[in-house]
Design a protein around this ligand. Structure first.
Ligand code: CTP
Ligand code: CA
Length: 227
């Protein structure tokens, strides 16, 4: 189905979603990664598609099924994700649900690091580019709506509010990822939506329902229409 045939409040709107973890190579056989199933990102993309949006889905190596009907861009590392995001612009809105690794190995080895005489390797790290902050702070071509996520284990709302200000995004979807909540890797999520109007505490619900509500809010923001 071509874009022209799509119906719904987000018809004709191009929206970017980042999803999944990134993998940062140590050598050709090893990597460091963030824990992320990609379930919430895929659900958000599906919910936006259901409202008629044209979705560009930039995903790291996630286990979640890719959203059918989206333009899928597969990446490995944070650097690749940033390049893919820049290549996807311009978009009307960007939803940055990916769990991007904060650090990469400064100089990944081109050949497999071998165990040699019990000597331990020492890895030096470099900080990855902040994709959300980069897009939020663009002088030209910034999406009209930029939504970040904040996965926190302590003081969820205050950390997320600080993150929203620091990065310059419009909204933050914050959640508590302490292991005992079972949220990471599970099918439910309990989020706080932080906008410049304040903080909304959403009850615990399925990741699909979080996605539907968020997509609906995006539609209202971009068009003034209720899905
Ligand atoms: N993010 C990003 N690029 C990065 C790191 C994070 O785009 N290199 C985005 C994530 O996709 C998410 C938001 O920034 O939407 C917040 O990610 P989070 O890891 O919670 O924030 P950090 O700034 O990395 O702070 P922390 O020290 O808590 O990890
Ligand atoms: Ca981080």
């Amino acid at each position: 189905i071509g874009a022209a045939l799509k119906a719904g409040p987000l018809a004709g709107k191009r929206i970017l979603v980042t999803s999944g973890p990134t993998h940062e190579p140590i050598d050709p056989v090893r990597y460091i990664a963030n824990r992320s199933s990609g379930a919430q990102g895929s659900a958000i993309a599906r919910a936006l598609l259901a409202l008629g949006a044209e979705v560009v889905f930039v995903t790291g190596p996630a286990e979640a099924a890719r959203p059918e009907g989206a333009e899928i861009v597969e990446v490995e590392s944070a650097a690749e994700m940033l390049a893919a995001v820049e290549g996807a612009l311009p978009v009307e809105a960007g939803i940055f649900a990916a769990a991007v690794a904060d650090w990469r190995v400064a100089s990944a080895s081109g050949s497999k690091i071998k165990k040699v005489g019990g000597k331990l390797p020492v890895l030096e790290f470099a900080e990855n580019p902040d994709i959300l902050a980069t897009v939020s702070q663009m002088q030209t071509g910034r999406p009209g709506l930029v939504v970040g996520f904040a996965a926190e284990t302590d003081d969820v709302v205050s950390h997320a509010e600080a993150k929203r200000k620091r990065k310059g995004c419009d909204w933050i979807v914050a959640n508590d990822v302490r292991p005992e909540t079972g949220i990471m890797g599970g099918s439910e999520n309990a989020v706080h939506l932080i906008t410049d109007a304040g903080v909304e505490d959403w009850p615990r619900m399925s990741k699909d329902e979080v996605a539907r509500r968020l997509a609906e809010r995006v539609a209202v923001e971009l068009t003034g229409a209720h899905g």
